[in-house]
Design a protein around this ligand. Structure first.
Ligand code: EPU
Length: 418
């Protein structure tokens, strides 16, 4: 097992760039399956989840070649219907192959997905939506079997909740379905909009992505395309909060400031100085954050995947902040870790009450999951003394070159084997 050791109390200063969004590129990789030929994706982060998704693609017959931040995916005419059960169990995003394989193969066999431990994360909306388009499913012994005996046919799909994954799965199935699909109460996340742009580059007809009503006019075939993945707003937001928590000033370049509108407005409310350029954001941290309340919501609300980092920042704030988590029931394991560092945080149902403390102190903590791990990094940078974050590999699922990037900003950080 590997651990990160961080000595806090040193203000971070300087500029860093971010690569393409994990939560976009994983879907773009799946989308390649829809068109035989050679696809070239650029701005791709070399993170564990991208490698896992490439394993899924290779298992169904595609070939993925990495060259720096470019992934070339060659997709054959004939694909296999079976996704690799062991990989799928590790990564929930692999459920996105449902729509693509039903389209290309007419059937699919996949393990019920795993991923982060955030409480129950059902896939009912994925299955109901795909069933509206003509798919039939049954599950036996943890394996899901699907087929589309009459092919996929466009339909009206009204989602009960704007689920990102369900919107994407239905989009991937609808682009080559016969006729028109109208998705209402669709997710509006920038990564989903970017998936629609990539599909459009492949020849799909998608209207309204980025709004809650998406109209998809099925086309008989798509072609392989070259595409640059949208920058990762979560990576950007994490480094900005890391800088602010260390009372330094960090600029993130090559990002889309508008994608972090709500998070930046809460950073401002907490006393950060925020300067926005065309594709840059600079945040400098206050001596001590001001208490601020916030609630996670689907985009354009405050992103649930930025909540642990913001709570870590507010842990050393002045006053009591309240955070309400509206997307996941079980995302609070990191709180015990922050409390080990001297934070005073408690939960009450879906609410988190943060009594800001004047100092945090280094401790040994567990990364728990990607964003909880990011929260530990932020708290460690703010804390006095040295923090050891065990199970650091969780961070590798979402952050490329975390240590070199933080080092370039002046952090004292090292990865050690335990
Ligand atoms: N949900 C259902 N039924 C469904 C689908 C979702 O009840 O069929 C529920 C989920 O249990 C959850 C809520 O709806 O409570 C939102 O889930 P959503 O489907 O929107 O999320 P997702 O597609 O599974 C993606 C990201 C997550 C991110 C969420 C919310 C990827 C690979 N994952 O998950 O990212 O938290 O959207 O924005 O895109 C991360 O990057 O650390 C991460 C976990």
């Amino acid at each position: 097992m590997e651990a990160l050791q961080i000595t806090g109390g040193i203000p971070l200063n300087g500029s860093i760039g971010v690569l393409g969004a994990k939560n976009a590129v994983l879907k773009h990789l799946v989308a390649t399956l829809l068109a035989p030929g050679t696809h070239v994706l650029s701005n791709v982060p070399d993170i564990v989840d991208v490698r896992l998704m490439c394993e899924v693609l290779e298992h169904v017959g595609a070939r993925c070649v990495a060259d720096g931040t470019t992934r070339t995916v060659t997709v054959p005419e004939v694909l296999s219907a079976e996704a690799p059960l062991d990989v799928v169990r590790k990564m929930r995003a692999s459920i996105l192959v449902l729509g693509a394989l039903l389209t290309r193969v007419g059937s699919v066999r996949i393990a019920l997905p795993g991923g982060d431990d955030f409480g129950t994360r059902p896939i009912d909306m994925h299955l109901d939506g795909l069933a509206r388009l003509g798919a039939e499913f049954e599950s036996r012994d943890g394996v899901l079997y699907g087929e589309a005996p009459r092919g996929l046919i466009g339909a009206d799909v009204d989602l009960g909740f704007p689920s990102v994954g369900a919107t994407e799965n239905i989009l991937l199935a609808a682009v080559m379905a016969k006729g028109t699909t109208v998705l209402t109460n669709a997710a509006r996340e920038p990564e989903l909009e970017d998936l629609a742009s990539y599909l459009t580059a492949m020849g799909a007809k998608v209207v309204g992505a980025g709004t809650s009503r998406i109209e998809i006019h099925g086309v008989p075939e798509l072609v392989a395309a070259t595409y640059s993945v949208v920058p990762d707003r979560l990576e950007a937001g994490t480094y900005l909060l890391a800088g602010a928590a260390s009372r330094g000033e960090v600029t993130v370049v090559n990002c889309v400031p508008d994608h972090l509108r709500m998070e930046l407005s809460k950073m401002r409310a907490a006393g950060c100085d925020v300067t926005i350029g065309e594709s840059t954001i600079t945040v400098s941290g206050p001596e001590r954050p001001t208490a601020v309340d916030f609630a996670t919501l689907p985009y354009p609300g405050f992103h649930t995947d930025m909540h642990p980092q913001m709570v870590a920042f507010l842990a050393s704030g002045d006053g009591t902040s309240i955070m309400t988590e509206n997307l996941y029931s079980g995302r609070f394991r990191y709180i015990e870790m922050l409390n080990r560092m001297g934070a005073a945080i408690r939960t009450d149902g879906q609410h988190v009450v943060i009594d800001g403390q004047s100092t945090l102190v280094g401790a040994t903590v567990d990364a728990c999951d990607i964003r909880a791990g990011a929260a530990m990094v932020i708290a460690a940078l703010a804390a006095a003394g040295t923090t050891t974050i065990v199970d650091a590999s969780h961070l590798d699922r979402g952050y490329t070159d975390l240590e070199p990037k933080l080092k370039s900003l002046g952090a004292t950080i090292a990865r050690i084997a335990l």
